[in-house]
Design a protein around this ligand. Structure first.
Ligand code: GRF
Length: 196
């Protein structure tokens, strides 16, 4: 039976669209839900247009109650029968309780060559450091921010004159290739690393 994949977003959801579009034919998984923490997330309309159920758990309604927010996330995810979670531009830090609940079943894409540049503003930091290469990483999510086992990476050159925006666009093209490839492998039960 195919695995059911929930994709968690906070924004435009362009990676989410690529993941949804990849889960066709003999792919071992199908999308069951796109879940946003922000009712204004642009990806929600894109998911609906692709025929994928959507839900919103607005973190602002929970104030400082992270456990309450995450309990509601889990309730919605379980209600949709999610087997695998893909974080795709999901901009909330998840606590250990949630991560443990879904450990071994949750992936994230991060726009750097981890372990370099965890956290935000990865492209500006890579340019400022004079890096010759940048890229993206798909990894399993653990309680350590951007710290779980790496499942795959794709590399791009940093070019003379690059701005964070031009570099981000070059990396994003690789994100669109890498994340679907790794999700497919992961849904097949393959946990070994595969780079592009
Ligand atoms: C991507 O760069 C992803 O790596 C990062 O946030 C961005 C999300 O973009 N975590 P989108 O919402 O998939 O368009």
């Amino acid at each position: 039976m195919s695995k059911r994949v929930a994709i968690l977003i906070s924004g435009g959801g362009s990676n989410m669209v690529r993941l949804v579009e990849s889960m066709v034919g003999d792919h071992p998984a199908r999308p069951c839900l796109v879940l946003a923490n922000d009712p204004g997330a642009g990806g929600l309309a894109k998911a609906s247009a692709l025929g994928v159920p959507t839900a919103v758990v607005d973190h602002r309604l929970f104030g400082p109650d992270r456990a309450g927010f995450e309990a509601e996330l889990t309730r919605v995810l379980v209600a949709h029968g999610a087997d695998i979670l893909c974080l795709a531009g999901f901009m909330r830090v998840l606590t250990e309780g949630f991560v443990t609940r879904w450990q071994g079943r949750m992936l994230n894409i991060h726009p750097s060559l981890l372990p370099k540049y965890r956290g935000l503003h990865t492209h500006a930091r890579a340019i400022a450091a004079g890096e010759a290469e940048a890229g993206c990483t798909v990894h399993e999510v653990t309680a350590e921010l951007d710290g779980g086992p790496v499942l795959g990476q794709a590399r791009v050159p940093v070019l003379p004159g690059d701005t964070p925006e031009t570099l981000a666009a070059r990396v994003l093209d690789q994100e669109y290739r890498l994340y679907p490839m790794i999700l497919r492998r992961f849904a097949h039960g393959q946990r070994g690393r595969a780079d592009l």
